[in-house]
Design a protein around this ligand. Structure first.
Ligand code: ZN
Length: 470
């Protein structure tokens, strides 16, 4: 780790010690099932915040578990000198649900095999959080003149509903000159990428009830309305199943097209191929209208979508049951891109459903705004140089298909440059079964963060240029 920060004191900890501690810490945080969406797990989410605060304190930080209207936020500061610049490090410690039946091992017991760490949250986002914490402690020991504020959220997987209010209340206690987010995915192993754009997300449910209870299809079949069919029909009117083209009128209005050469440049640097992408994600086939690598990149990073996540209703047990269901519900969501306003899209969607089938009820949930940042300036240069130093590869600046609600909140409230230094790989099984992380990405990440901290410690930003509005 020494080579990346030659201008500062040498780090005396050995890689072996760092690795042992890292694995111990990761085992500990993964063992707390911090599933933010499951009420049964709420006490675990709280416990995870306490455990994380303990780790941050051990690293030398002052840590606080800050209550919000929902799950708490862990806010910790590691101050080397109040006169030094400050970076806010954003990660989240809540995780997606995990069905043990789908996993090859218990999702909440970290298994370590040949440097591969399998467990829920290992790559999203507990592993990267601990890599950032490790690097900050090493950077402090190395004498890098930088202060750190850790913002560890526990509601990211449910759309960060309280993060903006947490930031507004705490703004004065977070004197950040820049933000570093480590919660994004590379294009492939050995092809690092720095996202500068994120898609937004608008989740919704559609429901329809047409009887008091299920009825016999031999008695009422032909007369009773079938809510499963009606909802299915509406879904195919919303979106073309073959191409994914959204058919809600006005949906694409305002969508910002990529700048000239934007996609081509990111393809050239990353060496992205549609084939590799499909293989990493385990897709056995893709939409037939996407014929080139460029089409695929565009589809997952720059274009909005309409997805159906699940449809419930009727009978799905063993054997057959001749009924007409009385109720059906579909869970859907739309990924939105810069130029699309979630509130406006929600209205278009509601009006469209009403025109198509006025009996279907639409419920929309709090949306995440899309984000488009800048990939120029000193922080972007520092990020680029940190990746090259740690991984020996030039990163591509790309747009990501995912959404991080907290990023939009930080952009609007902290109003400082945001860098994305993610460590996850498409093959890590983000949100899926057997999610894992690995020591290659963790150790490279620690080197990358160290280098980045060394670089941004030299940037002297104009102090207090942020507005003091609460
Ligand atoms: Zn995440």
């Amino acid at each position: 780790m020494k080579e990346s920060i030659p201008k500062f004191r040498q780090i005396t900890a050995t890689i072996k010690d760092i690795r042992r501690q890292y694995e111990e810490d990761l085992s500990l945080v993964v063992s707390v099932p911090s599933v933010s969406s499951e009420p049964d797990r709420f006490p675990d989410v709280r416990r995870c915040a306490d455990v994380a605060a303990g780790l941050l304190r051990r690293a030398g930080a002052t840590a606080e578990v800050v209550p919000t209207g929902g799950h708490p936020v862990v806010h910790a500061s590691l101050v080397t000198d109040p006169g030094n610049p400050t970076v806010a490090l954003y990660n989240h410690l809540d995780v997606q649900p995990a069905d043990p039946g789908e996993w090859s091992s218990d999702p909440f017991t970290l298994t370590i095999h040949r440097g591969r760490y399998t467990g829920r949250g290992a790559t999203d986002d507990k592993g990267p959080a601990l890599a950032a914490m490790t690097a900050a402690a090493l950077a402090r020991d190395a004498g890098i003149p930088l202060n750190y504020h850790f913002l560890w959220e526990l509601e990211e997987e449910i759309g960060s509903p309280h993060f903006a209010s947490f930031l507004r209340e705490r703004k004065r206690q977070i004197p950040a000159d820049s933000v570093m987010v480590s919660d994004t995915i590379w294009v492939a192993r050995a092809t690092p990428s720095i996202p500068y754009g994120l898609r937004g997300l608008l989740p919704a449910t559609l429901s329809l009830q047409t009887a008091r209870s299920d009825v016999h299809s031999g008695v009422a079949g032909g007369v009773a309305r079938n809510p499963l069919l009606e909802i299915s029909e509406l879904l195919t009117r919303c979106c073309d199943a073959e191409t994914g083209r959204v058919k809600i009128p006005g949906f694409y209005k305002g969508v910002r097209r990529p700048r000239k050469g934007e996609l081509e440049r990111s393809l050239a640097v990353t060496g992205f191929t549609a084939k590799g992408f499909a293989r990493d994600l385990g897709l056995t086939s893709i939409r037939p209208n996407l014929s080139t690598d460029l089409d695929v990149v565009k589809a997952f990073s720059m274009m909005p979508t309409f997805e159906v996540h699940g449809i419930t209703g009727g009978y799905t047990g063993p054997g057959s049951k001749a009924i007409v269901p009385h109720r059906a519900e579909a869970k859907v969501s739309m990924r939105l891109v810069p130029g699309q306003d979630p509130i406006h899209i929600a209205r278009l969607f509601r009006e469209f459903v009403k025109r198509q089938n006025p009996d279907i009820r639409v419920k929309t949930f709090p949306a995440l705004q899309p984000y488009l940042g800048d990939h120029r300036g000193p922080y972007a240069r520092a990020a680029r140089s940190a990746i090259s130093a740690a991984f020996g590869k030039e990163p591509a600046f790309t747009r990501e298909g995912g959404s991080i609600g907290a990023v939009v909140a930080m952009d609007r409230i902290l109003r400082v440059p945001i860098s994305f230094l993610g460590l996850s790989l498409p093959s890590h099984g983000y949100h899926s079964r057997n999610e894992h992380f690995d020591w290659g990405q963790a150790s490279g990440g620690i080197r990358m963060f160290l280098h980045y901290f060394g670089e941004i410690a030299r940037i002297r930003p104009p102090r207090r240029r942020r507005t003091a509005k609460g």
